[in-house]
Design a protein around this ligand. Structure first.
Ligand code: UTP
Length: 288
């Protein structure tokens, strides 16, 4: 079975839910504790054995590419000042030269369109998609958990979480088949159904392992929910033709594209940090 070597990170969205912070700054560059959101996704991919990171960016997003450069002046200054541990940490977080590439979506026509924009860079091999906004704190990186399932089941694998019934209209929702409590067979997918039309409460979140045929479906440029080209619609057309599974991964997901999800991520990750956690929890106690 072909190894999952490439991940697509679509970062061309406008981030309107985080205005005014995102008037100029890409939402992917907002810090969670002391790292930009996008860096969590890149580290997860690198720790999952991914060799090539494909950013699909848009106007005003070039800061994201700059962030993963070797900041020569900064690195030299840290070395001169003997701050070796910090320097080593920064180097370990930086992809190797050539391991990160970028293309442009040109117009924000939807997530499906953003993924399709990476078709030439992906080629005809299975690949991963990570939505940076969905920050996942997990004992084993979520993408690595999914790759392990893919190696067993083959085909497409998406990360799923149980959501309250009144939240189904925010997600792609799974029509489930065989379910062992961890891995669930996917028989159908519906984008943003109203609660009474939702086939379950199992929502697809921002981690996907996809076979290359999804690019052929995306090439039809069919407009779906919200007037956007939806990745869910293209995936749904492959169900029945290819294996399709959802993984209830081990870990906690924070929706950093939303104000409350973003704040929760900061609180959760800061509170568990060995260096600042104890002092931060004392500060938090003053506000509860
Ligand atoms: P969102 O639904 O979060 O949309 O996109 P958004 O535009 O980024 O943010 P809001 O809703 O206006 O606040 C989900 C993911 O798909 C990417 C986004 O960057 C995000 O990672 N996306 C979305 C694109 O790359 N291009 C698009 O045209 C739409």
């Amino acid at each position: 079975m072909a190894k999952i070597r490439k991940v697509v990170l679509p970062v061309a969205g406008l981030g309107t839910r985080m205005l005014p912070a995102t008037r100029v700054l890409p939402k992917e560059m907002l810090p969670v504790v002391d790292k930009p959101i996008v860096q969590y996704a890149v580290e997860e991919a690198m720790a999952s054995g991914i060799e090539e990171i494909i950013l699909v960016s848009g106007r005003g997003k070039s800061l994201i590419e700059d962030h993963f450069d070797r900041a020569v002046e900064l690195f030299e200054t840290l070395a001169r000042r003997g701050r070796r541990a910090e320097l080593q940490r920064l180097l370990a977080q930086t992809p190797e030269p050539g391991a990160i590439v970028a293309t442009r979506q040109q117009e924000p026509k939807g997530l499906g369109h953003a993924v399709w924009c990476a078709r030439h860079l992906v080629g005809r091999e299975p690949f991963a998609v990570v939505l940076v906004d969905d920050l996942i704190d997990a004992p084993v990186p979520c993408l690595a958990q999914m790759i392990a399932v893919h190696e067993r089941t083959g085909g497409n694998v998406v990360a799923v979480v149980e959501v309250p019934r009144d939240h189904t209209a925010r997600y792609g929702i799974v029509a489930p088949g065989a379910d062992d409590g961890r891995v669930v067979e996917i028989r159908g997918l519906v984008e943003k159904p109203a609660p009474d039309a939702a086939p379950s409460r199992l929502a697809v979140i921002g981690r996907y392992i996809l076979l290359p045929e999804v690019m052929d479906e995306l090439a039809r440029h069919e407009i779906g929910a919200g007037g956007e080209i939806q990745l869910t619609d293209a995936m749904a057309r492959l169900i029945g033709r290819q294996p399709f599974h959802g993984l209830r991964f081990e870990g906690r997901r924070f929706d950093c594209g939303d104000r409350l999800g973003y704040l929760e991520a900061i609180v959760a990750l800061a509170a568990k940090r060995p260096d600042i956690g104890p002092a931060f929890r004392e500060i938090l106690a003053r506000y509860s």
